[in-house]
Ligand binder design. Structure first.
Ligand code: ZN
Length: 295
């Protein structure tokens, strides 16, 4: 509750609040209802758990890396991982989806069940690396709804524009991912920008990305991830005003692994930054523009 008040107060600009660091808290999923998806005159967004993000930019619904289907039961994700928290929405109940973006083909970012359901229900445009486009084609997605990413390209996305940021996530011992096998997304809305960098090492180009309002902050302190140290660096260089912790707290994985790191391990790296570090619950709605900027 305390944490929720902090977020709301910060985003509404009611008062300047010192960054309050709290101990480890369990995430508590907030169900996303249909009102999230309506036409509006601003932009709202939420973390879907793991690496997923959902954005409503003035009525355009954009998803990034959604894993929003259950597997064998309601405690299991479609990936087979045991869930620590329920999903905030599921692909079969989602009321709208216009654009689906995937950063790369690892199982904690892309899964066929969600992709297939969203494809059948909404005929969305998919923006993704070629590796995933090939998989989507096999699922029945027509070529004209597939956008194969190029680094630094910009693609129209309804009321937003999507700019591709490069990523290098070369974790495999044999035949590692190369450039453009993975990517990040800078979603430029009329109300501000949201940067989901995907999984990546800290490559020099990432420090050139500017004018970011919201940075999805990868807390996974493991090889070929930004981790808290790299994420803090790009938070600073990009000018991010809000950092949203992600890539944790969703799957039941051992501590210290790709999905099992503690977001508070980031605190030493961000202590001198002006941007706010948020640990929203899955499904908790955040808003752009960040009103306190102009007040
Ligand atoms: Zn990942």
């Amino acid at each position: 509750m305390k944490r929720r008040n902090f977020i709301r107060t910060t985003l509404l600009g009611v008062a300047a609040i010192q960054m309050g660091f709290r101990g480890k808290e369990k995430l508590k999923t907030i169900q996303i209802d249909d009102s999230f998806f309506g036409k509006r005159d601003d932009t709202i967004f939420t973390w879907l758990g793991m690496a997923g993000a959902l954005i409503n930019c003035r009525g355009t619904i954009i998803l990034i890396d959604p894993l929003i289907s259950y597997g064998a039961n309601s405690n299991t994700c479609e990936t087979g991982d045991r869930l620590l928290v329920p999903l905030p929405v599921t692909a079969d109940k989602l009321p709208k989806a216009d654009i689906i973006c995937y950063t790369h083909a690892d199982g904690d970012h892309y899964a066929e069940k969600t992709a297939g359901i969203l494809n059948k229900r909404f005929n969305p445009v998919f923006i993704c690396p070629s590796v995933i486009a090939d998989k989507l084609k096999k699922l029945g997605v027509e070529e004209q709804r597939l956008v194969r990413i190029k680094d630094f390209a910009t693609y129209p996305a309804g009321n937003a524009k999507i700019y591709i940021t490069p990523a290098l996530h070369d974790w495999q011992k044999v035949d590692p991912w190369k450039r453009e096998d993975c990517c990040g997304y800078l979603v430029k809305t009329p109300d501000g920008t949201i940067w989901h960098p995907g999984d990546s090492r800290l490559i020099p180009e990432l420090k050139e990305i500017k004018n970011v309002d919201v940075l999805f902050f990868d807390v996974a302190a493991v090889d070929s991830h930004l981790g808290p140290e790299g994420s803090a660096i790009i938070a600073k260089t990009s000018g991010a005003k809000i950092m949203v912790a992600y890539h944790y707290g969703t799957f039941d994985l051992p501590p210290g692994t790709y999905g099992g790191c503690d977001p508070d391990d980031a605190l030493p790296f961000i202590k001198d930054l002006k941007s706010e570090f948020l640990k929203p619950d899955p499904g908790e709605v955040l808003k752009l523009p960040l009103k306190y900027e102009s007040e």
